[in-house]
Each structure stands twice: as C-alpha cells, then as structure tokens.
Design a protein around this ligand. Structure first.
Ligand code: ARG
Length: 393
C-alpha cells in the first residue's frame, strides 16, 4: 500500500506542477492527506473528475511509443466509472465512436470505465477483449492461410467458439464487440451488422493508377485501442478505450504491407508492373510508397483526418521543444517514434530518447483475456512479455 501512496503522490505533484487549475499549498497538502488516509483505511483512493481528466492526458504524454504526443492536452475524457451493465457499456462505446469521429474531424477521445479493485471478488467491473473497437477478423482457411487480418486470428477463433456467427466471411469483416462484466463474458455483440455507419471505412484509390482501385483495399478511419490499461497515480483502469487519428504509415507501411498482416505489396507491384523477381529493382520500396500515397489521398478525398509521417514527426519535434521549455524530461522509444518508411527523412531519426518508463501514470499492455496462456508468454525472440516495461504485472 505504501507503493500506491508513492505513486499517488507523484501523480498529484505532477498535476500540481502542470495543470492550470492549481490547488493552493494548503489544499494540496490536504488532498495528499486525504489520499493517504483513504489508502490506509480502504486500500485504495478515488480520483476526482479533474484528476481523472488530467491523469488521462498525462498518461498520454508519458507514452514512450506514441509519436502523436504533441496534442496531449487536447483529449476529450468521458467518465464512465459508474457503468456496470452490458447495455450501458455498449452505449458508451457507441457514443465514443460518434463523438471521436466527429464527421471526419477526428478528436482524440478516451472513455474510462471502473478502476480495478484488488480487494473485490472480481477485481475488474468492465473489460473489453477486442484489441481495437473497430478491427477486421482473421479467418483461418483449410490450407492455414488467413482470410482477413492475421493479427486477429486468435481473437477470431475465440469469438467463433463463443457463439459468433458472422454474416459473411471476407477480408474485411469487422469483429463484434466482446466484453466481460464482473468477470463474466457477455455474448459477442455484432454492432456493425446493425450499425454499419459507425465503421466509416475509407476505400483506397490511387491518385493516378486506376488499376490500383480494383484491388478492393480499404481501412477503417480510427484506431480505438481497447485492451490497454490506463494507470493514473497507481490506480489501474483496465478498461479505458482511447483513440487518436491515424498516421498514414500505420496503414500503408504496416497493416496492409507487413508480410504477416495483409501482405499487399506483391499485388501492388503487379498493378504498377514492377519486376518483383529481383530485390534490386527495389519493387517493395516503390510499391510501399505508392500504397502510402493511396492511403493519404483516399482519407483526404473523404475528408477524414490523417497525418503523414513528415508532418507528425515535425510536430513531435515541437512537443520535445515544449517539454524542454517546461523542464520536463522526455522519455521515448526510438524504434517506435521513427516511421517505418523514409526514416532518415524525418527528424526523429536523428534524436536520442531516454527509454525509462514513467510507472505511476501511463498506458500499459495487459494479458489477453481470450488466451488461455497468461504469464510467462514469450515473443518470437524469447523476450518474456511480463518483463517488458510496457506490460502491466
Ligand atoms: N498502429 C495501430 C493500427 O494500425 C494503431 C495504434 C494507435 N495509432 C494512433 N494513431 N493513435 O491500427
């Protein structure tokens, strides 16, 4: 419990230092005493609405892997800590999408559900099993290839064995929402079958290659991460879906391009008649640039907010400058802050970052609820996930 108080104090002090609506010295000490007493008598403490809102922003500001942190003060926060039944949780998630999409002028938004209560019988009131609120399924074919997004393979399998009957299986079938209330799984809810307008997909076209359009590629407008834990002053919010807007390369240089994801580059090379038999024609490099042009062009065509790696990394430089002025050390993860294409053409490539992870207030990965293997899970190169500094527990 001592530890919780130390984290609470670190958070309340940062808030005192950075938030405009400051407490005076007496109120500040009173608040810390209140928290200390609450932790001593109940084992936990409760954030005020102001602390919750500032805490979510600070957690974003502390997220080493996020290159979009320049906008950390502009986050819309919905306090849903009181909700404890499936219909109202679904309603809150729908509201999140509508508010955040904002007719294409996407707003960074977070919806925060109940905090973890370690002393209760089921610690977590609400959990979302989906990785993102909008994400395409990955169906395994009989020859072991995947129809759709291979990243979703295991969640798709769990959903299918828990009662999900998809209307159709395509390369872009949105997954239903799967949540747990007080430790009990609720039947998957195929929201996008009845409310397709919430998807807001962008059909990908290339500005000057008509054949590209026949590939039938598309992506959804907003990444809404829904399986990470938000930690504020040591209090864990295991369900706090949040979104920003996309940087084009996330879609064009990873989701659609990675061999282990949609693996589209060979098809794009064909459309552009590139010689893909010989690496030294740089057909992958040329195809990946064309795909990224198509992503940016198509989002712009539909007037849906998206950043490109040139402007976003320059905004990030500005963020670093501002943090410097505020005498606030910047922590960061170089391998994530550098874009996956044209790295040397962006300023982050030349910067060094302090890789420490601020623990008291941040976003963390947590164990997948739908997988049976929990702790001790390892990545491909044998790195223990539980030892990962970005992982809770
Ligand atoms: N890279 C993830 C995806 O492609 C989204 C991560 C969050 N991205 C963001 N722009 N906020 O779906």
């Amino acid at each position: 419990m001592q530890d919780l108080y130390i984290q609470a104090e670190a958070f309340i002090s940062s808030m005192q230092q950075f938030e405009r609506t400051q407490l005076n010295e007496r109120e500040f000490i009173k608040r810390l005493d209140e928290i200390k007493y609450s932790i001593k008598t109940t084992g936990t403490y409760c954030h005020t609405k102001e602390e919750l809102a500032f805490g979510a922003k600070l957690a974003w500001r502390n997220s080493n892997r996020c290159v979009g942190r320049h906008f950390w003060k502009q986050l819309d926060v919905f306090d849903c800590r009181k909700l404890n039944d499936a219909p109202s949780v679904f309603k809150a998630l729908e509201h999140h999408i509508e508010h955040a999409f904002n007719h294409g002028s996407i707003k960074s938004t977070i919806t925060i559900f109940a905090p973890r209560n370690a002393s209760a019988e089921t610690a977590d009131v609400v959990r979302i099993l989906n990785h993102q609120l909008i994400r395409y399924a990955g169906f395994e074919n009989s020859d072991k290839t995947i129809l759709g997004d291979p990243h979703s393979k295991s969640l798709t399998e769990s959903l299918l064995s828990n009662g999900w009957i998809p209307r159709s299986k395509t390369a872009f079938t949105p997954m239903p929402w799967w949540i747990e209330i007080n430790g009990k799984k609720i039947e998957p809810y195929a929201i996008f079958e009845s409310k397709a307008h919430l998807l807001n997909e962008i059909k990908l076209e290339h500005p000057d290659n008509k054949n590209f359009n026949q590939l039938g590629l598309k992506w959804y407008s907003m990444p809404i991460l829904s399986d990470m834990a938000l930690v504020i002053g040591g209090i864990v919010y295991p369900c706090a879906p949040f979104n920003g807007w996309y940087m084009g390369t996330e879609i064009g240089a990873r989701n659609l391009a990675d061999e282990e994801r949609y693996n589209c580059l060979p098809k794009i090379a064909e459309v552009f008649r590139l010689d893909n038999k010989n690496n030294r024609t740089l057909w992958r490099d040329r195809a990946i640039v064309e795909l990224n042009r198509a992503v940016l062009y198509s989002f712009d065509r539909d007037k849906v907010r998206i950043g490109d790696h040139h402007n976003i990394t320059r905004q990030f430089e500005k963020f670093c400058e501002n943090e410097g002025k505020a005498k606030c050390p910047i922590t960061g993860d170089w391998s994530w802050l550098v874009p996956p294409i044209s790295a040397s053409q962006t300023p982050t490539f030349y910067q060094e970052f302090d890789p420490n992870v601020v623990k008291h207030t941040n976003f963390f990965y947590q164990n997948d609820l739908h997988k049976s293997i929990h702790s001790g899970e390892t990545t491909k190169n044998g790195f223990k996930k539980s030892k990962c500094p970005y992982h809770l527990n």
